[in-house]
Design a protein around this ligand. Structure first.
Ligand code: MG
Length: 202
């Protein structure tokens, strides 16, 4: 399986990091070794001094597909959760300055934190509210109504380049409010009022 991530998919987040708002989805990937599941702790790595949380809705692909038409894209995902695209922001900034790829800043072990997946049946794709609490306080809050590129657009766009396989995961982008993490922080991710993700930074 692969983990596909969309960058800068909420206008206010692109602005907070002083990035331009993209005209097409910005795509990067994480290896499968980045997955952190089952409420496991995340161990703060020694190569960064500025680890950031990015709370995102994560889609699970349920059907193989290539060149998926946007009209039929909704048939290619049926489960979602809230996850964290953990980012070594200092490392990422150094990569960006040099025009280098981001993998070491974004794809390290445990950097794709996943909550429990739920069916999307009872949700409208363009009105999913989610939030992240850090030590009991809400630090990020988003709604998929504010996405620059919708889930269906992302599926269609990504599948032009990468064949989608059942089980692939798509991190759909983070709203504003990203920020640093410290050892001891306790993170809880919610879709609506439902807590689906927990992670302790150790
Ligand atoms: Mg992200």
């Amino acid at each position: 399986m692969k983990i596909i991530c969309i960058g800068r998919n909420y206008v206010n987040h692109a602005k907070e990091l002083k990035n331009p708002v993209p005209k097409q989805p910005l795509i990067f990937m994480k290896p499968d070794t980045a997955m952190l599941v089952n409420r496991k702790p995340f161990y703060y790595p020694e190569f960064t001094e500025n680890l950031h949380h990015e709370a995102e809705i994560v889609l699970k692909v349920c059907k193989n597909g290539k060149h998926v038409d946007q009209e039929f894209a909704h048939k290619y995902y049926d489960q979602m959760t809230i996850g964290l695209d953990l980012t070594a922001r200092d490392v990422q900034n150094r990569c960006k300055e040099k025009g280098h790829p981001w993998e070491i800043a974004k794809g390290f072990d445990g950097s794709a934190v996943l909550g429990e997946f739920i069916s999307m049946e009872d949700f409208k794709a363009d009105n999913i509210g989610f939030h992240l609490n850090k030590n009991g306080e809400t630090v990020q809050q988003g709604n998929t109504g504010d996405l620059i590129f919708s889930f269906d657009y992302i599926i269609s766009y990504v599948s032009k380049y990468f064949k989608l396989h059942m089980g692939d995961l798509i991190f759909t982008g983070t709203p504003e409010g990203v920020g640093p993490l410290a050892v001891g922080d306790y993170l809880e991710g919610y879709i609506g009022e439902q807590k689906l993700m927990e992670c302790r930074i150790k």
